[in-house]
Design a protein around this ligand. Structure first.
Ligand code: AMP
Length: 188
């Protein structure tokens, strides 16, 4: 099974991806982590993309596609991938379908961890430290949340049309969310 996971910053997407990967022996493919790895290893690609990533911009579709293609075409990961951070736009979603198809695979499930802005704000406040002004980090968090929700809407609609989208209540505890996801996976 290949799955795609979505959720705004603070929704617990990373935590849940790791839990699912462990439980179902899948591989978490985080494009953000892979790109940061290229930068810290100072590869030619890393040097090319470091400014883009540091400025918070998106790397080109071609670069990210070439990275995920290596995993999709590798038999070790066949039907065992959790895509975390990919796709980020409709072009990438269509490209993912194409790459999987070429390798006799498909997206079997798209999961969205749904969390309200109020909860995200509460989580930030709980985390706030002396050195950091809560309102600063709250402003940034609100901006990130809104940008995320807006930019992923067309991709979620895309998966909804194919009947692949399942929305999970991200307000619950880590264990409860994980149980809900397990139920969805096991029903496929
Ligand atoms: P993330 O850890 O998912 O927030 O990703 C960190 C950074 O990596 C992003 O701000 C982008 O610059 C880049 N990145 C990660 N995934 C993608 C993607 N699918 N398309 C374009 N850029 C990406």
């Amino acid at each position: 099974m290949n799955l795609v996971i979505f959720g705004p910053p603070g929704a617990g997407k990373g935590t849940q991806s790791k839990l699912i990967a462990k439980k179902y022996k899948l591989y978490q493919l985080s494009t953000g982590e892979l790109l940061r790895g290229e930068i810290s290893n100072k590869t030619a690609l890393g040097n090319k993309i470091s400014k883009i990533i540091n400025d918070g911009e998106l790397v080109s579709d071609e670069i990210v596609s070439s990275i995920i293609e290596k995993f999709i075409s590798n038999k070790i990961y066949k039907r065992k991938l959790i895509f975390d951070g990919y796709p980020r736009n409709l072009n990438q979603a269509k490209n993912l379908d194409e790459l999987l198809k070429q390798n006799d695979q498909k997206v079997d499930l798209a999961l969205k961890l749904s969390v309200s802005l109020e909860t995200i704000k509460k989580r930030i406040l709980e985390r706030k430290t002396q050195e950091q002004r809560a309102d600063d980090s709250e402003d940034i968090a609100i901006k990130r949340f809104e940008t995320y929700e807006k930019s992923t809407r067309p991709i979620l609609d895309y998966y909804k049309q194919s009947n692949l989208l399942k929305v999970v209540n991200g307000e619950a505890s880590i264990a409860e969310i994980s149980d809900e996801i397990s139920g969805i996976i096991e029903a496929i």
